[in-house]
Design a binder for this molecule. Structure first.
Ligand SMILES: NC(=O)c1ccc[n+]([C@@H]2O[C@H](COP(=O)([O-])OP(=O)(O)OC[C@H]3O[C@@H](n4cnc5c(N)ncnc54)[C@H](OP(=O)(O)O)[C@@H]3O)[C@@H](O)[C@H]2O)c1
Length: 321
C-alpha cells in the first residue's frame, strides 16, 4: 500500500487482536494494517507472537515498519493478570482503544482417525443452524473418524471462548469508551446458533434477548459443565457433537447482545467468519483465512452509525441468533 493511501487516515485508529499469531487472527491483523490501522497483535505465546509480527513485516512493505503499524504484546485470555498488563500497555501507549477483536478460540475436542469427519460434521451442523434441516433430511456421515470430547477440554473451551472474550471486553470498556468510534468484533460461529444448544431450558434462557443477563449466561454454562461432568449431556438434551464449542459461542453471542444494550456508544457484533482452513478445523474447509478475515474487518471498521448487537454470517446479518 502506498504511503499516500495510508495517509488518508488522518487520525490513526488502533486495534487489539487476540490469537493474532496464526489463522484468521493473523489475517485480521494483516488486513487491518492494510487499512492503516495500528495493530497490537497479541498471542498467548511470546515466541509465536513475535514470529508472527516479523512475518507480517517481512511479507508486507517496509513502509509498515517505518509507520510502526504493528507491535506485539502477550496476552493469554484466560489469565487475568496478562489481560490487565495488556490494558496498562494500551493505556500508557495510546490512551484509548478503537477496535477490539476477540478472535482467540479453541474447539474443545480432538479428532481421532479420518480427519474428514470434521468438515462433514461442521457442514451438517452449520446447515442445521442456518435452516430447518433435521436429522431425517441428512445423508449419513461417510467418514470413519471420530470427534472426541471430554470434560477438561469442555472447561477449557468455555473459559477461553466465552470467559476469555468477556474478560477482554470488560477490561477494555473504559479505554473503548474514550474512542470516538469504538468497535468490538467477537469472532463466533454458526455452531453457536441458539437452536444448536438443543437443551430446551438453555434455549429459552438465551433466546430472551431483552432480558439476558450475565448471571443467566453463567447459569447456563454452569449447568452445562455440571451435566458434562456427571455424564448427563445426552439425558439433559445438550448437543452431542461440538457440545462445548456450541455452548461457548452461543454464550459469546449472548454477551454481545448484553454489552450492546448497555453501551450504546460501542458498536459490538459477533460474526461467523465462514468455514476456513486453519488449525482449529484441522486445515479442512473451503475458505482461506484471508477470505474469512473479510467479515471481521468490515465490522471492525463499521462507519459512524454502524449496527450493534447483531450476529453476522460472513458479511451479512443473520435474522436470528
Ligand atoms: N476456521 C474456521 O472455519 C472458523 C469458523 C468459525 C469460527 N472460527 C473462529 O475463528 C477464531 C480463530 O480461529 P482460527 O480458525 O484462526 O483457528 P486457529 O488457527 O487455531 O487460531 C486460534 C488462535 O487462538 C489462539 N488462542 C487459543 N487459546 C488462547 C488463549 N487462551 N489466549 C490467547 N489466544 C488463544 C491460538 O493461539 P495458539 O497458537 O497459542 O494456540 C491461535 O492464535 C476462533 O475463535 C474460532 O472459533 C473459525
Amino acid at each position: 500500500m502506498a504511503a499516500e493511501s495510508l495517509n488518508n487516515h488522518p487520525i490513526r485508529k488502533n486495534a487489539v487482536v487476540t490469537g493474532g499469531n496464526k489463522g484468521i487472527g493473523y489475517e485480521i491483523c494483516r488486513q487491518l494494517m492494510e487499512k492503516g490501522v495500528m495493530v497490537v497483535l497479541t498471542a498467548r505465546d511470546e515466541k509465536r507472537g513475535k514470529e508472527a509480527v516479523e512475518k507480517l513485516l517481512r511479507e508486507e512493505s517496509c513502509y509498515y515498519q517505518q509507520m510502526n503499524l504493528v507491535v506485539f504484546h502477550q496476552v493469554d485470555v484466560v489469565d487475568p493478570q496478562s489481560v490487565s498488563s495488556l490494558v496498562d500497555f494500551i493505556k500508557s501507549k495510546y490512551g484509548k482503544l478503537d477496535i477490539l477483536v476477540n478472535n482467540a478460540g479453541v474447539n474443545g475436542l480432538m479428532v481421532e482417525g479420518d480427519v474428514s469427519i470434521l468438515p462433514e460434521m461442521i457442514e451438517r451442523e452449520a446447515a442445521r443452524g442456518l435452516s430447518n434441516t433435521t436429522e431425517e433430511d441428512e445423508a449419513p456421515i461417510k467418514s470413519t473418524g471420530k470427534l472426541i470430547e471430554n470434560f477438561g477440554w469442555a472447561e477449557e473451551c468455555i473459559s477461553t471462548n466465552y470467559y476469555g472474550a468477556k474478560r477482554m471486553i470488560d477490561a477494555f470498556i473504559p479505554l473503548l469508551l474514550l474512542s470516538p468510534s469504538p468497535r468490538v468484533v467477537n469472532v463466533s460461529s454458526l455452531l453457536g446458533k441458539i437452536k444448536l444448544v438443543s437443551n430446551e431450558w438453555a434455549i429459552k434462557a438465551l433466546s430472551d434477548g431483552e432480558n439476558l443477563t450475565t448471571e443467566k449466561v453463567d447459569e447456563v454454562l454452569n449447568e452445562f459443565l455440571m451435566n458434562f461432568k456427571e455424564d448427563l449431556l445426552k439425558e439433559k438434551g445438550w448437543p452431542n457433537v461440538f457440545s462445548a464449542y456450541k455452548v461457548s459461542k452461543a454464550a459469546m453471542n449472548a454477551y454481545t447482545r448484553i454489552v450492546a444494550q448497555k453501551y450504546s456508544a460501542i458498536c459490538i457484533n459477533c460474526i461467523c467468519p465462514g468455514f476456513a482452513k486453519t488449525d482449529i478445523t484441522c486445515n479442512t474447509g473451503p475458505m482461506t483465512p484471508q477470505d474469512a478475515a473479510e467479515g471481521p474487518i468490515l465490522l471492525a471498521l463499521l462507519p459512524e452509525d454502524g449496527t450493534s448487537g447483531q450476529f453476522f454470517y460472513r458479511k451479512n446479518i443473520l435474522t436470528t441468533f
